[in-house]
Ligand binder design. Structure first.
Ligand code: DGI
Ligand code: FE
Ligand code: FE
Ligand code: FE
Length: 187
């Protein structure tokens, strides 16, 4: 699929702000893909479609989780986590994008997980550091991502966990497992 064809499809699914975020994620992800020798064409499609399901009604996403037999425990966590797994299925059914590597990167882009592929990591971290992001700690992640993408993903997981815990919010177990993967290697 051509870049402009994909962008036109997602533009209809997103708000103007989210669409602009998507273009920045695409640009950031392509820089990382070049640097880390990841398939640029696939990274481009994954980035364009990563937030495809973001504005679907929660009840619709819930139906997809059940019908597509996605992990039922997603329903016990914040709705914000559903658009990745649901989007990975929706793009297959609604757009005809059927590629396990692209779908995996979209599936895991919010929570992360341990043992991510390099493509998963590129999308996960591009979403976190695109130039429009301004959370505390993001500059430190930007400064290290071209030297050590694993360290960057670990920092993003740690920052998100700290942020969620400071608000007494639940944390999805895969985010903790991403955090622990790195700690385990260092100890
Ligand atoms: O869709 P985006 O806004 O571009 O970004 P995203 O898909 O990474 O969503 C991030 C939001 O998800 C962020 O505000 C934190 C929230 N969130 C809620 N629970 C969890 C979580 N993020 C992670 N990594 N783990 C959680 O358990
Ligand atoms: Fe997202
Ligand atoms: Fe993210
Ligand atoms: Fe995003």
């Amino acid at each position: 699929m051509e870049r402009n064809e994909g962008l036109k499809i997602v533009e209809k699914q997103l708000t103007k702000k989210r669409y602009e975020h998507t273009v920045r994620v695409m640009e950031t992800a392509l820089e990382l893909a070049k640097h880390y020798h990841v398939d640029e064409k696939k990274v481009e499609i994954a980035a364009i479609f990563h937030d495809y399901a973001k504005y679907r009604h929660p009840e619709e996403m819930k139906r997809w989780i059940i019908q597509e037999k996605l992990p039922h425990d997603l329903l016990n966590y914040h709705q914000e986590l559903w658009h990745g797994p649901v989007g990975s299925k929706m793009i297959e059914r609604e757009v005809g994008i059927r590629d396990p590597e692209i779908q995996s990167a979209i599936y895991w882009h919010t929570t992360g997980k341990r043992y991510m592929t390099l493509m998963d990591k590129v999308i996960f971290i591009a979403d976190y550091i695109e130039p429009g992001r301004d959370f505390p700690g993001v500059e430190e992640v930007r400064s290290i991502v071209f030297a050590d993408i694993d360290q960057a993903c670990w920092m993003a997981a740690r920052n998100t966990i700290c942020f969620l815990m400071s608000k007494n919010q639940p944390v999805y177990p895969d985010t903790f497992q991403l955090y622990n993967e790195k700690i385990g290697r260092n100890m």
